[in-house]
Design a protein around this ligand. Structure first.
Ligand SMILES: [Zn+2]
Ligand SMILES: [Zn+2]
Length: 204
């Protein structure tokens, strides 16, 4: 299966949500295509769960296209720094892990990386800006036109489906008086403290 099967309006929704078009977002869009094909979209809360191993651009595509969001509790972030996405379906327990192949971000990514570094450190000339814009645009197009199998390796999910989000009680922090989820409350010298108040006490 080459070339994205999503219609232009749907892709535009993703770009609007994210704020710009970029290679990372394109990877998220294509990974979601596999998720939609193999697992389906979350129509009700928590029926479909996504585990994302990055907190970068691609996750925004997963949220819009798969219907998995932090607010619904069916999006889990693992801070591994990998463009890898797992999708699970509760009804039959099916789960897959979609991993971006290493070559995808090679050429001409080194040029992109070099220009982005220079942009942050010393700024770009207008020619360099145009060069970077063109490189990114070409990379997005390449990703959107690629066969999914060339972009990703798809394997069965490594672990079981994450447990459903618990509805947790809240406790009032003895220091700031703000209600805090009970699993985040820390005990210190007989007090219940929220994370920032606990950190403050620890620093003295
Ligand atoms: Zn982006
Ligand atoms: Zn507090």
């Amino acid at each position: 299966m080459g070339k994205t099967l999503l219609d232009g309006a749907r892709i535009q929704q993703v770009i609007d949500f994210h704020g710009h078009s970029c290679p990372g977002l394109a990877i998220g869009i294509r990974a979601a295509e596999i998720g939609l094909r193999e697992i389906g979209r979350a129509s009700t809360d928590e029926e479909v769960v996504a585990i994302v191993e990055t907190d970068m651009c691609g996750v925004d595509a997963i949220q819009v296209l798969m219907g998995c969001t932090f607010g619904k509790g069916n999006l889990v972030h693992l801070d591994y720094g990998k463009n890898a996405f797992s999708f699970y379906r509760r009804s039959d327990g099916k789960g897959i892990r979609v991993v971006t192949r290493p070559h995808v971000f090679n050429q001409p990514e080194d040029q992109i990386v070099r220009l982005r570094k220079k942009m942050v450190l010393e700024g770009l000339t207008s020619e360099e800006k145009e060069r970077l814009r063109a490189l990114l645009q070409a990379k997005v197009q390449e990703i959107m036109d690629a066969d999914l199998e060339d972009l990703f390796e798809v394997r069965p999910a490594p672990g079981p489906i994450p447990a459903k989000a618990l509805i947790l009680d809240g406790l009032v922090c003895d220091e700031c008086g703000e209600r805090t989820m009970e699993t985040r409350i820390r005990r210190f010298m007989g007090q219940n403290l929220c994370p920032p108040c606990f950190e403050k006490k620890m620093r003295g």
